[in-house]
Design a protein around this ligand. Structure first.
Ligand SMILES: Cc1ncc(COP(=O)(O)O)c(C=O)c1O
Length: 372
């Protein structure tokens, strides 16, 4: 008989408690300086991210959705252009394409839940301009395969790396493969602020210059408006919080990987489950486990059982792939692989406030469900 515990899917109050003093000092420092918009904390943050993921330019912006929109605009993606992405992504990936006037084209994902390169190839038309892989759940796609397709067909890559800060493929960080990459610092992200936040990263000087203008009403350093722009700056106070959190970031990622290993070891023999790749399963990927997304036979029953056990789980994006939302123009799109998976996806608790006993409890509950 297992003693019942309460393991929420995510635990903001516990994470706040862990760093309360430092958070308060940081907020006091920023506010007492009156440093709110485009101030030194943001510059420091941009430098920190450059160093962390080895990229030439980082521009803090309002959130991950705006990061995508600004990156697409900076690359002149507009009406008539098609952008290929996996349908197993957040609506924001597709919405950003819609909002620059272009057309999102949705394709299948593979067994690891990442965009399927063969499916990308089949979707290419004369109007295709961009491949937009989502670096999902803290894993980086097979960028070799995607780059080969992009090179063959003269396409650009813009990575939606909202979920994958510091995740790597062949030693190179998510977001740094394509013409541009984007990140989200939504509170539950591997690096999360206390509200909305995002960034565009690029090694391309022109893209960086254009995003810097686009995020600040098209104004250059002298305050002169030189192009149409909008207001999409990362708040300085959020940047200061992110700088503070970066101090423990690598340790936090190591802990996420440890938790993923514990899940893997405890659950890998359950035939009714498909687990994400384990941390050290191959030497090409370095995953940061933004999410631990499993596939489960009897998913809904398992979820209810876990709820009764006090374990919070989430079905990512409400259990629908982008093409399954009605009224967005995808009613004729059929993607059997993604569709089968959306009825099986389930995310287990994954955050640094989980201790080993918590993880063991989640695993014991799952094991007892399949033994019933
Ligand atoms: C894959 C993906 N793309 C884009 C976004 C959008 O980021 P934001 O919520 O910061 O706008 C998210 C955030 O949840 C995401 O997970």
């Amino acid at each position: 008989m297992i003693t019942k515990k309460n393991i929420p899917f995510f635990n903001y109050p516990a994470l706040f408690k862990e760093q309360e003093k430092e958070i308060m000092v940081t907020l006091h420092d920023v506010m007492s300086r009156g440093a709110y918009i485009l101030q030194r904390d943001l510059e420091e943050f941009e430098e920190n991210i450059k160093e962390l993921i080895r990229v030439k330019h980082v521009l803090g912006v309002a959130d991950g959705t705006n990061a995508l929109i600004l990156a697409l605009r900076a690359a002149d993606i507009a009406l008539g252009d098609e952008v290929i992405m996996s349908s197993h992504t957040y609506i924001a990936t597709a919405a950003s394409v819609h909002f620059v006037g272009a057309t999102p084209v949705l394709v299948e994902c593979g067994a690891d839940h990442m965009i399927n390169p063969e499916s990308v190839k089949r979707a290419i038309t004369d109007n295709t301009r961009v491949i937009m892989p989502t670096q999902l759940n803290g894993r980086t796609c097979n960028m070799e395969a995607l780059q080969a397709i992009a090179d063959e067909y003269g396409l650009i890559i813009i990575e939606d790396a909202a979920q994958a800060l510091f995740s790597k493929f062949n030693g190179k960080c998510a977001g740094t493969f394509g013409l541009a990459g984007t990140f989200s610092f939504y509170p539950a992200k591997v690096l999360g602020c206390f509200g909305d936040g995002g960034a565009v990263v690029t090694n391309d000087d022109r893209i960086a210059e254009r995003v810097a203008l686009l995020r600040d009403h098209g104004r250059n350093k002298q305050g002169e408006v030189v192009m149409w722009g909008t207001n999409s700056r990362l708040d300085n106070i959020q940047a200061a919080i992110l700088n503070m959190k970066l101090k423990t970031f690598k340790k936090d990622i190591a802990r996420r990987r440890e938790i993923a290993s514990m899940y893997d070891q405890a659950l890998r023999d359950i035939n009714d489950l498909t687990l994400p790749p384990a941390p050290d399963v191959d030497n090409k990927h370095y995953d940061v486990y933004q999410n631990y997304e499993i596939e489960a036979e009897k998913r809904d029953e398992l979820r209810s059982f876990l709820e009764e056990c006090g374990v919070g789980t989430i079905i990512q994006w409400g259990g629908k792939a982008v093409h399954q939302f009605k009224g967005l123009g995808f009613d004729n799109v059929r993607l059997p692989v993604v569709e089968k998976m959306t009825s099986r996806f389930l995310m287990l608790p994954m955050h640094t406030a989980l201790n080993d006993e918590d993880v063991k409890y989640v695993c014991d509950c799952i094991i007892s469900f399949y033994r019933k």
